[in-house]
Every structure is written in structure tokens, then in C-alpha cells.
Design a protein around this ligand. Structure first.
Ligand SMILES: [Zn+2]
Length: 249
């Protein structure tokens, strides 16, 4: 158990960092009413940090035991991320970083959820990111999907990544959609995105359920599995052929 003074130092750093990001969000999304409630938690049984909206207000709840422990022990930390973004060079896992950087990463992650769900910042971010025409319930806007990833990436770049040497080399990089193009009369739509040398096609049903992802690189055509971030090589000549074989559409 970290000493009280160490806990106080971690808490102070967490609040100062959250305050910086809060004021950045206020100006970045032009929402002065984005006023974060910050809860710093050392409870023994609390495992998960949270960010979002409660009682109409944006909040983050940070589980800080591990940062205090690392601070006290004077060791570096690995701040992990969800499997589907872990290898992303911007929003992925951070290895061997000081506790301050790891904590700043967690704060950015949770504040991105608050921006994602607080109605004023949600609307502003949708506009800023070119997806304001999306249905508010689109899966693109939910969970740890594209919309949250873009908000998180901005905070990571602005406040966290400058302090980190990124060593991971992703096979393929995260983000999906920007502007869904509906393909008429077929019950599905496709969203295309260029990512370095890779070109992705994300196939959705008309109700925005992800059907699957295809990808072409100089090495050929692949099916991409976002959940496991793995790929399967396809023996096809184009996306249309791959789509028919892989998804039957
Ligand atoms: Zn999250």
C-alpha cells in the first residue's frame, strides 16, 4: 500500500493534468460548459476507471492505486490498452513509461469518453470530425470505436505522446470511418479509408452494424479482424471479389 503522501502527490498530478485537458477540450470543441467532475479513487476493490456523463455532467473516475505503487517503488509502468487498439502508434499501449505518463494516458482515455458522451461536446466533435450527419446511435459513435478513438488520439498527441518513445510497429492501424457512403438497394454500405500504404473498406449494414473489414496493401488483399487485430491473406483480385467471398454480399 502506497503511503498517504504518495497518494496525495498522485492525486494532485491527476487533478492538474485533468484540468489542463479540460480547458483544452473547452476551447478545442468550443464548449465552455465542459466542466469535469474528477474522482480519484484508491478503494481496494475498485478495478476499472470510468469516463462519461452522470447526472448531466461529464466525469472521470480514476483508479490510482497502481500509479501510487509505481511512484513509491520508483519503477516504470506499462499502461495497456484494449486489444483492438493496443498496437496503434498513437493510441496504443505505452511500455516502460514513468507513472506520470501512464496516468496522463489513462486520463486522456477517460476524458475522451466524457467528450464522446456529453451532448455539447459530442455534437461539436461530430461536426469537427466530419460525421455530423451520422445517426446519433450509430455504432461508429459508441464504445471504443472510431469516434472515441479520434477524440482520444487528439488528447494523446497533445498531452501524452510527446513524452513517449513509440516502439510498436502495427501491421495495420486503427481508425475506421469518416463519411459513410451508402450503396443503394443492397442492404449494406461501405466506408473507405486510406491509412499509410493500406486502404481499408469497412462494410456495414444499413443499421450500422459492422459486417467486416477488408484491406489492401502492397502485399495484396487481406481480411482484417478488428477485435483481434489480425489479418488473413486473401487470394482475390479486388474488393468486390473479396466482399462476395468473405461476406456474401
Ligand atoms: Zn474506455
Amino acid at each position: 500500500m502506497a503511503s498517504l503522501s504518495v497518494q496525495a502527490i498522485v492525486e494532485q498530478y491527476a487533478r492538474a493534468t485533468a484540468a489542463k485537458m479540460e480547458s483544452y477540450v473547452q476551447s478545442q470543441y468550443n464548449v465552455p460548459d465542459f466542466k469535469l467532475k474528477v474522482i480519484v479513487s484508491y478503494g481496494k476493490r475498485r478495478r476499472s476507471s470510468w469516463g462519461g456523463m452522470r447526472n448531466g455532467k461529464p466525469f472521470i473516475n480514476l483508479v490510482c492505486k497502481r500509479f501510487a505503487a509505481a511512484s513509491e517503488a520508483g519503477v516504470m509502468m506499462t499502461e495497456t490498452e484494449y486489444a483492438h487498439i493496443r498496437n496503434d502508434p498513437v493510441i496504443g499501449e505505452m511500455k516502460d513509461v514513468p507513472w506520470e505518463t501512464a496516468l496522463a494516458g489513462l486520463i486522456a482515455h477517460e476524458i475522451a469518453h466524457a467528450v464522446q458522451f456529453f451532448p455539447l461536446t459530442k455534437r461539436s466533435a461530430m461536426e469537427k470530425l466530419g460525421v455530423k450527419e451520422l445517426d446519433g446511435h450509430s455504432c461508429i459513435l459508441k464504445n471504443h470505436n472510431w469516434f472515441w478513438q479520434r477524440i482520444y488520439a487528439d488528447l494523446r498527441t497533445e498531452f501524452v505522446n510527446g513524452k513517449v518513445t513509440v516502439t510498436s510497429t502495427p501491421i495495420v492501424v486503427t481508425p475506421p470511418p469518416s463519411r459513410p457512403q451508402r450503396t443503394v438497394n443492397k442492404g449494406w454500405k461501405v466506408v473507405r479509408q486510406q491509412n499509410g500504404k493500406a486502404r481499408f473498406s469497412f462494410y456495414y449494414t444499413t443499421s450500422d452494424e459492422l459486417i467486416g473489414v477488408l484491406c489492401v496493401t502492397p502485399d495484396g488483399y487481406f481480411r482484417y479482424y478488428p477485435d483481434t487485430q489480425s489479418v488473413k491473406k486473401l487470394n482475390v483480385k479486388n474488393f468486390n471479389e473479396a466482399r462476395k467471398i468473405e461476406f456474401g454480399i
